[in-house]
Design a binder for this molecule. Structure first.
Ligand code: 5AD
Ligand code: SF4
Length: 458
């Protein structure tokens, strides 16, 4: 079920409160959180606030938190502590904290006890209510703590303030039903629910009308899209419908669970011109006994077979992944299997993580937790193995002509433009009369370890 956001609330707030103000927002964690922050920013802009990169200038400071690993949580605590002096200097400053970390039992109370100057605490399921909370803080001067412990209907129609004007995230489903034993996401993001296809298609059409060229469909497990909807639709069908949208150039998606990536989806990527030849397919481990303890529902052999099929059907495809080292009970032999798998697949990039114990997850209760020393030693060797193939792949692109979507100026070299290939490789390049949002052919003149250098061929 879904319901529409009542945009009037924002306009009423704006009328009440029309002094020019700034807000600062900091986001930890995954793309889903980033998308949530784009919605929070969108609501604040509609109310008349402007975004600032400087906390000192802000009338509102908002932290959108992540709890997938402990270090993300520690950063939030550190940052909240450093706001104390700002609040002292400016007692009208409104501090809000939201996101996955707040959905953990007892966390909101812990935060308010430790940092009593926080004004608003809310969770992932009620982020759309933020303007209402803001209004109450301003008019009644109360402190607000409201966390829903269950998912609500999907709320459509929130204004979104996107980071880029070339590429956009579009969430197609929320939540996760998989309960991998290390992961806290299903507890803080709730069960899977899909947006209606027409809501997604309308959003993409609207983005194309605004000039966007690339979209990335988001969901914790996009391959189970459509379950529970009235419409007869699955992920492959959704991809094919999106591919029909005129003016759109590129479509990517994440994340795919290997157990659910279907032949139909592989064929959709093969056959649809807008679907990019890049798949993010988290493997987590290369050892069958660890995969079993992780509750991943596939084996190393199944995963490698899937990779083989993908490579056969989609020539030139790049693969990216997530890998955890130091899961409870992981032996040196288990880890060696992960290293072998990494070498065999040859990822174009990988997110590598040190296992982090998360309260109340099954893995946290498992015996044989791996020592910090072993975790770090494995982590460094894993990164080296991933990088070896990444660097070799980039080197092999030298001399090739690749299609790049121009995103803007390069961060490290103002003389150059930056963009990505269909396969997701980062390219910094020179070229004249090139506009942001354009697709250009770039000749790769040199490979750096993690990016490519080139020049536009007209
Ligand atoms: N420790 C380390 N990494 C984790 N991830 C999820 N939970 C944990 C944890 N407890 C990683 C997984 C997942 C990615 C988003 O975060 O690799 O795919
Ligand atoms: Fe976490 Fe597993 Fe769900 Fe991914 S699929 S969000 S790792 S429980």
């Amino acid at each position: 079920m879904s319901k529409n956001f009542d945009i009037k609330i924002l306009d009423e707030l704006k009328e009440k409160d029309n002094v020019k103000k700034h807000f600062y927002i900091e986001t930890w964690g995954c793309q889903m959180n980033e998308e949530d922050s784009e919605k929070l920013s969108g609501m604040l802009k509609r109310v008349g606030y402007t975004k600032t990169e400087n906390k000192e200038d802000a009338g509102i400071i908002l932290f959108n938190t992540c709890c997938v690993r402990e270090n993300a949580e520690n950063k939030v605590f550190g940052n909240l502590g450093s706001l104390k002096h700002l609040k002292k200097e400016n007692p009208d400053l409104i501090i809000g904290i939201c996101g996955c970390m707040m959905q953990q039992e007892g966390m909101a109370d812990k935060i308010l006890k430790k940092f009593p100057y926080v004004n608003i605490v809310f969770g992932t399921h009620n982020a759309y209510k933020f303007p209402e909370y803001l209004n109450r803080v301003k008019t009644e001067g109360v402190q607000i703590k409201e966390i829903f412990n269950k998912e609500t209907d999907i709320v459509e129609g929130l204004p979104i303030d996107r980071e880029s004007n070339v590429k956009a995230f579009v969430t197609i489903m929320y939540g996760c039903n998989n309960f991998c034993t290390y992961c806290i996401v299903p507890y803080v993001r709730g069960r899977e629910r899909s947006r209606k296809p027409e809501d997604i298609l309308n959003e993409v059409r609207e983005l194309v009308a605004q000039g966007y060229k690339e979209i990335t469909l988001l969901g914790q497990n996009v391959n189970s899209y459509g379950k529970g909807l009235e419409e007869e639709v699955d992920f492959a069908k959704l991809l094919r419908m999106i591919n029909e949208i005129e003016g759109l150039e590129r479509v990517r998606f994440m994340t795919s669970h290997p157990k659910d990536l279907t032949h139909d989806v592989i064929m959709a990527i093969k056959e649809c011109d807008k679907l990019c030849e890049q798949i993010h397919l988290p493997v987590q481990s290369g050892s069958n006994s660890i995969l079993k303890k992780m509750n991943r529902h596939y084996t190393k052999e199944y995963y490698l077979d899937l990779i083989k099929k993908i490579k056969e059907e989609i020539p030139g495809v790049t693969l990216t992944t997530d890998i955890i080292v130091g899961f409870p009970g992981e032996t040196e032999e288990d880890f060696q299997e992960t290293l072998e798998l990494v070498k065999e697949v040859g990822y174009s990039s990988a997110f590598t993580f040190i296992y982090s114990r998360r309260n109340n997850t099954p893995a946290d209760m498992m015996l044989n937790q791996v020592s910090e020393e072993d975790k770090h030693h494995r982590f460094n060797r894993l990164i080296a193995a991933v990088n070896e193939r990444v660097i070799a792949q980039n080197k092999a692109e030298e001399g090739n002509i690749l299609e790049v979507l121009v995103e803007g100026n390069s961060k490290n070299d103002a003389e150059k433009l930056t963009g990505r290939t269909r396969t997701g490789r980062l390219v910094n390049f020179t070229g004249e009369n090139v506009n942001v949002g354009e697709l250009v052919n770039v000749k790769i003149t040199r490979a750096q370890n993690f990016s490519l250098i080139g020049e536009v061929i007209k």
